[in-house]
Design a protein around this ligand. Structure first.
Ligand code: FE2
Ligand code: FE2
Length: 150
């Protein structure tokens, strides 16, 4: 498969967004107080690394085959907390920022999908976008479970 210059440049942009996600989730997993949230961020960081691998595959001209069903990931189990109100406030800030990042990345995929000519590449990008939406949903669920929405 040959990519156009525009496609190559879009992949590069998506890759740098994904790298930012990996970096944020690693930093936020270290910074979060609640263990459930640490685990949530750690798992999402792993997903973002996989996205980078898929983008690299596409950039190298390979057409990734996305495996069939896309089961929604679940929230990690709740853990008994000893976080102070101030810690919880910091955790809520990390969640809001991660949620905003997921929204941004998801819309980036949405825009890029329209620019690619290969159907399998579109499917792969669509698969990743769906996962970004799931990430957003999980963070939302966590926030709502912990009363972080007023
Ligand atoms: Fe991602
Ligand atoms: Fe994500």
């Amino acid at each position: 498969m040959n990519l156009t210059a525009k496609e190559t440049s879009l992949l590069k942009d998506l890759r740098s967004q994904e790298q930012l996600c990996v970096d944020k989730y690693s930093k936020y997993a270290a910074e979060a107080c609640d263990c459930q949230l640490k685990e949530l961020f750690t798992q999402r960081g792993r997903n973002e690394s996989q996205h980078i691998q898929t983008l690299d595959q596409i950039a190298s001209g390979a057409v990734p085959q996305m495996s069939g069903s896309q089961a929604s990931p679940a929230l990690p189990p709740q853990t008994p907390g000893t976080c102070s109100a101030q810690d919880r406030q910091k955790d809520a800030f990390l969640c809001s920022d991660a949620l905003a990042t997921e929204k941004h990345v998801s819309s980036g995929y949405n825009t890029c999908i329209f620019e690619f000519s290969d159907t399998n590449v579109r499917d792969a990008l669509n698969h990743i976008q769906k996962e970004e939406q799931q990430h957003g949903e999980l963070i939302y669920e966590y926030m709502s479970q912990h009363g972080m929405y007023s």
